[in-house]
Structures are given as structure tokens and as C-alpha cells.
Design a binder for this molecule. Structure first.
Ligand code: H79
Length: 647
């Protein structure tokens, strides 16, 4: 991952037959790379585009030069998008660029041009394929005109794997960027092996998380045990980074991925550069998309922005390339990245907004400052040092309208005056609760109180988990050299009475399960519905595949707990679900979503408790998993021996 982490900035290229249509089909506008689906173009009509694809102005070296000049370290181009058309010379299909008048292997030309530059070549390859006869499912609107009879998905997977091998061996991509993995036909049993295949054919290739089924919606981060080397937020930037987790936000320059002649909603150069600073300050990569035109040139707006981005990067690129997430939370006025320099550290502050009056005050930190400079400006900087504080003034003429970069060299690793984080399994408990406090920064002491007062430098120092046995207001703050240097945190932990157990005259093992049919966007009111089937199951489980759609299940019975305590429940589902215990909602995970987990706590007396799990699926992937654990202990799937049906 080393080169990829250092790169921080890449170019996404969406190019294919759809670029010819430029977003319009028979007067219907607003489309792009999805046009065959969104404008419902029959496959035989779409195929006619083959004879029109002739991008005579395409110049691989020129594209790579534009990326390189913009400070981008890699390009990711669509080897194949959802329409199935291949921009490369594939021995496995004629639905490729060699069947067009152009007859030039675009991937080969770009891969070669990259080799002669500082830009790495990479490919985007769609799993979903609306052209291959064996791909399933069909688009809903063409089920009648393109019947699925005779289609064999396993044969499609073989085609996919053959092409992936072909791309890896012929074009040497640094990243294999999969997409279109969300349809129900693509499962973990295909995703895991496809990742393995990439690794086997090209051991150093980096594979995104859309190879498998672990992507959590558009937020893009991997959930559960799934393959993939990095998360893929799409059209969004996470609120915070996650230490040790690799991710890349892919974002369009206007509103569309593929070329749309009417889409003039381009983000400004300033906006794009600030997005870059924001992403890198959180430890991510920025994959900025362009949608070339059918003649092989880029929209002028994209050319202009790439050039302006490049001018900024030429001066300020060192604050991006090879840097890591900054040690501070985002500021109202800008962002911060950092780079190690031996035992010392460079902090790069990206200043978006200067104060209307007076110096810009940097966040307080504990390190000695070696040097402060402005990238691209040799003089005119005024620096005011106070106790653990640095103020900076720069005449407005010297400021960069996109982002001015202050490069600050400090001794050692950053000592950030951050408030402690609280780590606790729940806010409620029955017997006792162990609470941990943590700061990431070296050199800080945490002090805390349990009587509601603000911690002072005489309060108790945190050295290990605090065991609570009664309702407590815990307050804590960070101290440096015995001085209070952070805001304080204050959390109330409550000792609660357990819910009484019920008695049931007779019981049988397992849960009663009722099945309902319907088209819902959230859990319906089951009291008004009649089940279409009823059975009994050992645990909270859905029927084995094939995945059912437009369906809901309700599990009902009793849960046995063997000691009186607070219990944590983790309910994962795709789509929505809810857990009720003794008639109270403990976890609400309702709504249309891909696989996502939520937690809740229930204080329970030793004995039997009524349990109800409600779940529904509209379309696509489906799962349901209920874990529980005594507070402070690991969570496990609820075993059958703890579940009973009423007598
Ligand atoms: O290639 C570009 C788009 O054409 C493609 N990805 C980018 C990089 C793309 N296809 N579809 N979408 C983007 C949006 C689709 C979102 C959804 Fe889902 C698919 C909503 C429900 C299924 C995946 C699973 C995202 C949320 C849940």
C-alpha cells in the first residue's frame, strides 16, 4: 500500500460508448454512464454505438501529462462499465474497442504512457454487466425483451475472472477498482475468491472493497469480514478518518461520472482543492473524476480545473503527497496534514479562511516549534509565539485564495491538547461497569472526578479502567505539565433496575417464525397483517438462499439469561430490523439499507424474557444477525439453547 498511501491524489476516468450519447437519448436528458438503463435503451440499439466510437483526438500521453501536471499520482480508467463494453482488446469478447472503427487498445496506450511518467496506471472493472448474456439479474424493465432463460451466472463469473486475469497480465494496473457488486447474485463466495485471484496473478495489486460484499452503502467503508484493501466512499467525504484504515473518496468534478454535455455544474478549483485538503487531513485519498468526450478530448472545464489544481500543487504538493492525517480535528478555518522528519514532525496547516482581524491562532499543542514558513512565500510572515500558542499573520496579497499552506516544524511527535475519549460498552448497567479513558497524544495526563466537579491538577490521575458500581457523573480532562489544556468531557453512567423475568408454563426450544409478503420501505405494523407462513426455528436465522425479496419475518419467543446483568445486543440487517425485549424496543435498525449493525442495552433479571425480532427485505442483498453479550464481555450469536417458544 506504500505508493498508494503516499499518492493521496488520483484521476478517475469514466469513458465508454455512453460518452457518445453525452447524456441524451431521443430527447430524454440527464443521463450519463447509466444511460442504457436509465433511458431504457434496448441492447440491440445500444450495440449500434459500436460503429460510432472513433475518438480520433485521443492522445494517451496528453491525458497522462494532464494528470501528472495536476499532481495526480495515479489514474483509474473504466476497462468496463455496467454496459459491459470493454475499452481494451479482450480475447473473451467482441463487445470491445477492437470492434469499433477506432480499433486501438486504449488501455494499452494509457498503460504505456503511464510507464513513461510518474503516474501509475489502474483500472475500474464493473462486476455488474448489462450486456453479457450470462449475467443475472436482467434490468427489471427488460425482463420480457431479454429473457434470462439459459443464462448461467457461474459462466459469467468465469468470463469475469478471465478478463480480470487478462487485465492484470496485459496492462499492469496498480489498483483493481471493482464496482457494481451490490446485486444479489454477487456474493461473498464469489468476492473472496476474486480478491484471491487478483493477488495470485499480481501479488502487489491493490484491490478495492467493492470486490466483495462488505461495503457499507455510499459511505463505502468495509463492514464485517470481507475482502478489500481500502474503503470507497462515493460522492462523500467521511466526517473523520479512522486510524489504520485506508480509504479513498471518489468524487465527480461536475455531477456526472460519464460525459454529459449539459452538466455545467462544475465544482470550482477552490472547492476541489479544499476537498483534497479535507480528505488528506483525514488520512484518505482523493480520486477525482473526469468524463472525457467521445472525440477523445476532455471538457474544457475539466482541463481548466486540472491546470489550476496543478499550479497550486506545484507550490503546495508537499503538504499532500506523502503526508498523513493531521493530529487535530478539522478547524472552522482549515485543515492540517503531517509528515515525519526523523524524530520530528512537519505540520502543514491549510488555511481556507483568515480571521477578519488579528493573527490566525493555530491550535494549542505541547511541542517546541522549530520553524514556521508559508509555502511559496519567502517573507512577509509574522509569527507570534505565546505559551503553547502560535499566531500567524500574512498580508492578504500573499494569501492563496484556494488554501495557504503554513509549514510548521515541531520537535518530536505532536502533543495535541485533545480531550479524553470515553470507552464504555454502555451508558447503563446493573451490577458494575468498567469505563476507560484515552488520549492518542503522547505526553498528556488524564485527570477525572466522580462528584460532578471540573477536574483540576489535584484530581485523580487516570491509570486504568474505572469500575463504577453506582450512578456516576464522570468528568475528565487532559493536563500537560500539570496545566489543564483541554475541554472536559462529562458522561453520566446510570445504574438501573433489571427488567423482571417472566414465567411461562411450558416451553419448547427455538423461536416461532412468521413470514409476511409485501413491498415496504420500513417495518410495517404486523398487527394489521396476516402471515403467509409460520414455522419454528432454532435461532434468529433467515431461510437459506436464494435471497427472498418483498418479504418480512417476525421471530417470537423467550430469551433465557443466566445471570442478572445488563446485556448488549448487536443487530445487523439488510434491510431494516428491530429487536424488542419484554415489549421494549432495544435496537432500532429500521429502514432501507445495506448490511448495517446497531446496538442497544437491556438490563435483565435472571430468567426468561419475551423477545421479538422483526425484519424485512425489499430488494437486493439480505441478511440478519443478532449477537448478545453480558456487558463488558464479547458478543456472540445467540445460541439455540437460550431460546424458547411459549407452551
Ligand atoms: O461508476 C460510477 C457510477 O456509475 C457507479 N459508481 C461510480 C464510481 C454507481 N453505480 N451506481 N451508483 C453509483 C449508485 C448506486 C447506489 C446504490 Fe447501493 C446501489 C444504491 C443501492 C444499490 C450500494 C449499495 C450503494 C448503496 C447500497
Amino acid at each position: 500500500m506504500t505508493w498508494w498511501r503516499e499518492a493521496r491524489f488520483g484521476m478517475f476516468i469514466h469513458w465508454g460508448l455512453y460518452s457518445i450519447l453525452a447524456g441524451e437519448w431521443k430527447g430524454s436528458k440527464g443521463h450519463a454512464e447509466w444511460i442504457r438503463d436509465t433511458a431504457r435503451i434496448p441492447v440491440d440499439e445500444y450495440e449500434k454505438l459500436l460503429s460510432e466510437f472513433n475518438p480520433v483526438k485521443f492522445d494517451a500521453k496528453e491525458w497522462v501529462r494532464m494528470a501528472e501536471d495536476a499532481g495526480m499520482k495515479y489514474i483509474v480508467i473504466t476497462s468496463k462499465h455496467h454496459d459491459g463494453f470493454c475499452l481494451f482488446d479482450s480475447q473473451y469478447t467482441a463487445w470491445d474497442v477492437m470492434s469499433t472503427p477506432f480499433k486501438r487498445d486504449i488501455l494499452k496506450e494509457l498503460s504505456d504512457a503511464c510507464k513513461a511518467s510518474g503516474v501509475r496506471f489502474s483500472t475500474y472493472h464493473s462486476i455488474m454487466d448489462w450486456h453479457h448474456p450470462d449475467y443475472l439479474p436482467r434490468r427489471p424493465w427488460e425482463v420480457a425483451t431479454r429473457p434470462a432463460e439459459g443464462a448461467n451466472f457461474d459462466r459469467f463469473v468465469e468470463y469475469l475472472r478471465n478478463q480480470v486475469t487478462e487485465i492484470l497480465t496485459k496492462y499492469d494496473p496498480g489498483v483493481m477498482w471493482f464496482d457494481g457488486e451490490w446485486e444479489s447474485t454477487w456474493t461473498h463466495d464469489y468476492g473472496g475468491p476474486l480478491y484471491e485471484l487478483c493477488r495470485k496473478v499480481k501479488p502487489d495489486v491493490i484491490v478495492n472493497n467493492r470486490v466483495d460484499k462488505g461495503r457499507g452503502g455510499m459511505a463505502g467503508m468495509t463492514e464485517g469480514e470481507h475482502a478489500g484493501d481500502f474503503g470507497t466512499p462515493e460522492q462523500e467525504i467521511p466526517a473523520t478518518g479512522i486510524p489504520g484504515v485506508d480509504w479513498e473518496s471518489c468524487i465527480t468534478m461536475n455531477r456526472n461520472w460519464g460525459f454529459n454535455a449539459e452538466d455545467k455544474n462544475f465544482k470550482s478549483t477552490t472547492e476541489l482543492l479544499r476537498m483534497l485538503c479535507d480528505i488528506v487531513s483525514k488520512g484518505g485519498n482523493f480520486l477525482l473524476n473526469i468524463g472525457p468526450k467521445a472525440d477523445g478530448t476532455l471538457p474544457q472545464e475539466s482541463i481548466d480545473r486540472l491546470r489550476e489544481i496543478g499550479q497550486w500543487m506545484k507550490v503546495n504538493g508537499e503538504s499532500i503527497h506523502g503526508t498523513n492525517a493531521g493530529p487535530f480535528e478539522p478547524f472552522g478555518w482549515g485543515r492540517c496534514t503531517q509528515k515525519r522528519d526523523g524524530n520530528d514532525t512537519f505540520l502543514y496547516f491549510h488555511v481556507f479562511e483568515w480571521p477578519s482581524e488579528g493573527p490566525l491562532m493555530l491550535p494549542r499543542f505541547g511541542n517546541e516549534v522549530d520553524k514556521v514558513e508559508v509555502l511559496g512565500v519567502s517573507s512577509d510572515l509574522t509569527v507570534i509565539f505565546g505559551p503553547n500558542s502560535v499566531g500567524v499573520s500574512l498580508p492578504s496579497a500573499q494569501r492563496d485564495p484556494h488554501a495557504t499552506v503554513l509549514k510548521v516544524r515541531i520537535k518530536g511527535k505532536p502533543i495535541v491538547f485533545e480531550k479524553p475519549a470515553v470507552i464504555a460498552p454502555a451508558l447503563q448497567f446493573v451490577n458494575m461497569l468498567d469505563v476507560q479513558l484515552r488520549v492518542a497524544s503522547p505526553g498528556l495526563k488524564i485527570r477525572y472526578t466522580m462528584d460532578g466537579t471540573l477536574p483540576t491538577n489535584r484530581s485523580r490521575e487516570y491509570i486504568g479502567p474505572i469500575r463504577l458500581r453506582a450512578t456516576t457523573l464522570l468528568r475528565a480532562a487532559s493536563f500537560y505539565n500539570d496545566e489543564l489544556v483541554s475541554d472536559d468531557i462529562s458522561v453520566r453512567f446510570e445504574k438501573v433496575a433489571p427488567w423482571p423475568a417472566t414465567t411461562v408454563p411450558t416451553t419448547a426450544a427455538g423461536l416461532a417464525r412468521k413470514k409476511y409478503a409485501g413491498n415496504w420501505d420500513k417495518l410495517p405494523n404486523f398487527a394489521e397483517l396476516t402471515p403467509v407462513a409460520t414455522d419454528a426455528v432454532g435461532t434468529v436465522t433467515l431461510p437459506p438462499p436464494p435471497t427472498e425479496e418483498y418479504v418480512a419475518y417476525v421471530f417470537e419467543g423467550f430469551l433465557r439469561v443466566d445471570s442478572t446483568d445488563a446485556y448488549v445486543f448487536d443487530l445487523r440487517s439488510d434491510d431494516g430490523s428491530r429487536l424488542e425485549i419484554d415489549g421494549t424496543v432495544v435496537v432500532d435498525n429500521d429502514g432501507l439499507h445495506s448490511s448495517a449493525a446497531k446496538r442497544g442495552v437491556a438490563p435483565l433479571d435472571k430468567g426468561l424474557h419475551r423477545i421479538r425480532v422483526l425484519w424485512f427485505n425489499k430488494t437486493g442483498g439480505a441478511d440478519l444477525e443478532l449477537r448478545m453479550g453480558q456487558i463488558g464481555r464479547p458478543l456472540e450469536l445467540i445460541p439455540g439453547e437460550l431460546l424458547y417458544r411459549g407452551g
